[in-house]
Design a protein around this ligand. Structure first.
Ligand code: UN1
Length: 504
């Protein structure tokens, strides 16, 4: 079924600071555009700088003083209402997301659903948020812990999951009693504003979540360096992540980083090859490969590599590329021209390195596609682990096939990158499956499923250069945004000295 995309209105976005709609102090603006039809402006937003960030941090600090005292269950109720509002508006939000970010409508609905799930899940923490009670070594004394908020925290989010990733950060941040300065990617401001509007409608007090739009160098940088910001949660590239960590390190702020991957699907000789092809197709080309979790490496054992490659290429060649608002489209555009050039640049790198181009490798320009930033699903075969296309994150619809001889080699190749977000193994042998689960160096491991598609009730994050030890989602999401307080209550009525007045 192929529907004609509706002509859609333009969003006139403003910063939300202390509950007020404000332009940038300089009056400067920027546009967000539809990557499927680059001439179409989705919205106009303030191009904020340090002075706007300062306003937002002050508003957040003022709101924090009261918000931290609101009982956890009451905070959870507001988050639950926000999730219900996102659920009510799922379809218009998904359509806006497809227009602004490009992912196909089914996936935009999934992105929105992920935020709904996250809201419902985290709202429940309002009545859990467990601490511990442990025995004291002294009589008539209790020892216990409770979570405390950090203060004003910053959430800096990418464009690839324009509603889901803000929800991973902002819901737990406010659940724990923090106030937020939210700086979304400049490619997806309209989606970010829609998320904040759901929180406003849910009854979140003014100033608890403030949004400042703008560019990384001007606005993001000011958020990072503001002395009033206690922690920065960032999802994006390794280069920017390293910079975030350096600035935060020097200022003794907490930073939590989620920085992408070079995720491998391992397909062993005993695998269900059809199932593995289905998984690779979805993992590599879903969201046009623009996921941190994308299956950008396929490590395939020699006995099945020829059949796997041929079948994958045949299936990928039939994927329909186009405007994601059309229900029959499976691969949407690349987010912008710069990324499109980068993706194609990697095709040139791969060809230059001697990898065999099995499919694609070109910008898609036929007909209406010339209006946007489209790239053909691209597969390289006979790739060696040392090649750049096998090591660097491309963030596009490009995957590489690395033939291997044995299970040992497969695991070594899969582990042989500086990233460690998600990994997968296809095998029918339960012993090999568990061995791979144990040995794959990744924060997330799948058996007989691709590397994408994490659910929000488990922690999300990776090892090595993928991050700095934090996890999003799951109940662990609260760890990112809270400190532990240890509490001792002595009701003995006398001075008792720990480690000294102990009796057997
Ligand atoms: C990302 O690409 O940054 O597991 C997030 C997945 C999605 C989230 C991806 N649930 O693929």
């Amino acid at each position: 079924m192929s529907g004609t995309p509706a002509v859609a209105e333009r969003v006139e976005g403003l910063n939300v600071i202390g509950g007020e709609r404000r332009p940038s102090r300089s009056g400067a603006t920027f546009e967000s555009r539809n990557p499927a039809h680059a001439a179409e402006v989705v919205g106009v937003f303030p191009r904020s700088a340090a002075e706007d960030v300062d306003d937002a941090v002050r508003a957040a600090a003022a709101a924090y003083a009261q918000w931290r005292l609101v009982p956890w269950p009451a905070r959870g109720e507001i988050i639950l209402r926000a999730a219900q509002i996102l659920e009510r508006d799922k379809e218009p939000i998904a359509r806006l997301m497809t227009r602004e970010m490009g992912k196909v409508l089914t996936e935009a609905r999934g992105d929105t659903q992920e935020a709904i799930d996250m809201g419902k899940f985290i709202a429940g923490e309002g009545r859990r948020a467990f601490g511990e009670t442990v025995p004291s070594e002294l009589r008539d004394k209790w020892a216990m812990t409770m979570r405390q908020p950090l203060g004003v925290v910053a959430c800096i989010t990418p464009w690839n999951f324009p509603v889901a990733i803000p929800s991973w950060k902002i819901f737990p941040a406010i659940m724990a009693g923090n106030a937020v300065v939210f700086k979304p990617a400049e490619d997806t401001p309209a989606c970010a504003l829609r998320f904040v509007e759901a929180l406003e409608e849910a009854g979140l007090p003014a100033g608890v979540v403030n949004i400042v739009f703008g560019y990384g160098e001007e606005c993001g940088e000011a958020v990072l360096r503001h002395p009033g910001v206690r922690a920065v949660s960032f999802t994006g590239s390794v280069e920017v992540g390293r910079h975030v960590a350096e600035v935060c390190g020097a200022m003794l702020k907490r930073s939590s980083l989620e920085l992408g991957g070079k995720n491998a699907i391992v397909v062993l000789d005993d695998a269900d090859v059809e199932l593995a092809v289905d998984g690779a197709l979805w993992g590599a080309f879903g969201t046009s490969g623009q996921r941190c979790t994308a299956s950008s490496r396929l490590v395939v054992q020699r006995g099945v590599v020829a059949g796997f490659t041929a079948h994958l290429a045949e299936r990928a060649a039939s994927l329909r590329v186009g405007d994601g608002l059309r229900e029959d489209v499976q691969v949407g555009p690349i987010i912008n021209e710069k990324q499109l050039r980068r993706v194609h640049g990697y095709t040139e790198v791969g060809v230059g390195e001697g990898a065999r181009l099995v499919l694609g490798g070109e910008v898609a320009r036929d007909g209406e596609l010339a209006e946007g930033w489209f790239y053909r699903p691209t597969i390289f075969g006979d790739v060696r682990a040392s090649m750049r296309v096998a090591q660097e994150e491309i963030f596009g619809p490009t995957t590489v096939i690395l033939p291997v001889e044995s299970v040992d080699e497969a695991l070594a190749v899969a582990n042989g990158t500086r990233y460690g977000l998600s990994a997968s193994v296809y095998t029918r042998d339960v012993r090999t499956a568990f061995r791979a689960v144990n040995e794959l160096e990744a924060g997330i491991v799948y058996v007989n499923a691709p590397t994408i598609g994490a659910e929000i009730q488990l922690p999300f994050g990776g090892i090595k250069n993928t991050g700095n030890g934090h996890r999003e989602a799951g109940h662990q999401a609260l760890d990112e945004f809270s400190e532990w307080k240890s509490i001792y209550v002595d009701y003995s009525g006398r001075l008792q000295r720990a480690q000294i007045d102990v009796e057997m």
